[in-house]
Design a protein around this ligand. Structure first.
Ligand code: NAD
Ligand code: IPM
Ligand code: MN
Length: 359
């Protein structure tokens, strides 16, 4: 039987709650397809800070690199919010993304038919939305230098960051996005702020140049402020979106709400080689952590992306997607996606998903 090693990074807050469920779903879906998954849990984020004094221990990155794929829950929490930058849980997350070289982050916002009523948008606006946000993940303002704190010439305290992209960084994310768009609806919208920012002017120039390699994909450009508005005005106009690190962060949270909840959106982060990183787009949700209320679907769907994009076991991914559909068809919901006529269950009862998987 095929056998793969998976690094689990539960992290903080609801992270361990949703990863525990997703791990079981992964095992069952894998074994049904004759695939053995071996799991190794490692420390990351606040949990790693408390236990080892750093947000990303060397052993965690080494284990992640040596495995076939990584499933991450979420990191962060009030307790560490005032830490120095190098001792923040978030720094661990950025470092593992950079350390694995996973520059392409795929964030699908799909409105499932069962959840149309959970969307805050009108039914006719939300119904049928199927957007793939391709977010650049290892560059831009998150990593640009110079950055830091200083003093201006009036003697006032300052904080500063740098939005910077090289042509090579733009070209490689553009190629991934064109490939993705080609396999979907054939439409790619590049989102930038080229009316103001030099980094965006280069972005638009390079994306336009790469388009000549993909004559079958229809390319358009949009400013990010307009894109934020268009996403709630008429989200169905979008097929695939490609954008930089920070705009992708913001627009994917916005897009998640069209689907009903941020608790629904999975993601896959991939690089040129090496294992992929799979994580829900939401955070550690400290406001609901420890209350058995978290929606595990974003993580379960991330596990499906792990099987599909990370291990190439599409049949097992399909099993998970079918189990999610069946669970929703049965009317089971967590509170964030409740709508009249459905039943809210605690997270642990979402082990029901396992039952539907084994049918
Ligand atoms: P968040 O995504 O954690 O929570 C935002 C809101 O969405 C909260 O009301 C939360 O209860 C709700 N929510 C999120 N996930 C949910 C789920 N699965 N089911 C039901 N409700 C859910 O964002 P935040 O509050 O801005 O950040 C909290 C912490 O998480 C911060 O420390 C932040 O840095 C961190 N964070 C981590 C990641 C990550 O690990 N990838 C992502 C975003 C934020
Ligand atoms: C996300 C998160 C992270 C990001 C933070 C926690 C560093 O918001 O995964 O979307 O900004 O990338
Ligand atoms: Mn985010």
């Amino acid at each position: 039987a095929r056998s793969y090693s998976i690094t689990l990074l539960p992290g903080d807050g609801i992270g361990p709650e949703v990863v525990a469920v997703a791990k079981d779903v992964l095992s069952v879906a894998g074994s049904k397809e004759g695939v053995e998954l071996r799991f190794r849990e490692m420390l990351m984020g606040g949990a790693a800070l408390d236990a080892a004094g750093v947000p990303l221990p060397d052993e965690t990155l080494a284990a992640a690199r040596a495995s076939d794929a990584i499933l991450l829950g979420a990191i962060g929490g009030y307790k560490w919010d005032n830490n120095e930058k190098h001792l923040k849980p978030e720094t661990g997350l950025l470092n593992i993304r950079a350390g694995l070289g996973v520059f392409a982050n795929l964030r699908p916002a799909t409105v499932l038919p069962q959840l149309v009523d959970a969307s805050t948008l009108k039914k006719e606006v939300a119904e049928g939305v199927d957007i793939m946000v391709v977010r650049e993940l290892t560059g831009g303002i998150y990593f640009g230098k110079p950055r830091g704190f200083g003093t201006n010439d009036k003697g006032e305290e300052t904080g500063f960051n740098t939005e910077i992209y090289s042509a090579a960084e733009i070209d490689r994310i553009a190629r991934v996005a064109f490939e993705v768009a080609r396999k979907r609806g054939g439409k790619l919208c590049s989102v930038d702020k080229a009316n103001v920012l030099e980094a965006s002017m280069l972005w638009r120039k390079r994306v336009t140049a790469i388009a000549s390699e993909f004559p079958d994909v229809e390319l358009s450009h949009m400013y990010v402020d307009n894109a934020a508005m268009q996403l709630v005005r008429n989200p169905k106009q979008f097929d695939t979106i490609v954008t930089n690190n920070i705009f992708g962060d913001i627009l994917s949270d916005e897009a998640s709400m069209i689907t009903g909840s941020i608790g629904m959106l999975p993601s896959a982060s991939v690089g040129e080689s090496g294992p992929g990183l799979f994580e829900p787009i939401h955070g550690s949700a400290p406001d609901i952590a420890g209350q058995d209320k978290a929606n595990p679907l974003a993580t379960i769907l991330s596990a499906a992306m792990l099987l599909k994009y990370g291990l190439g076991v599409e049949s097992a991914a399909k099993r998970i997607e079918a189990a999610v559909t069946e669970t929703l068809d049965n009317g089971f919901r967590t509170g964030d996606i409740y709508s009249p006529g459905t039943i809210v269950l605690y997270l642990h009862i979402n082990y029901e998903y396992l039952d539907s998987l084994t049918k």
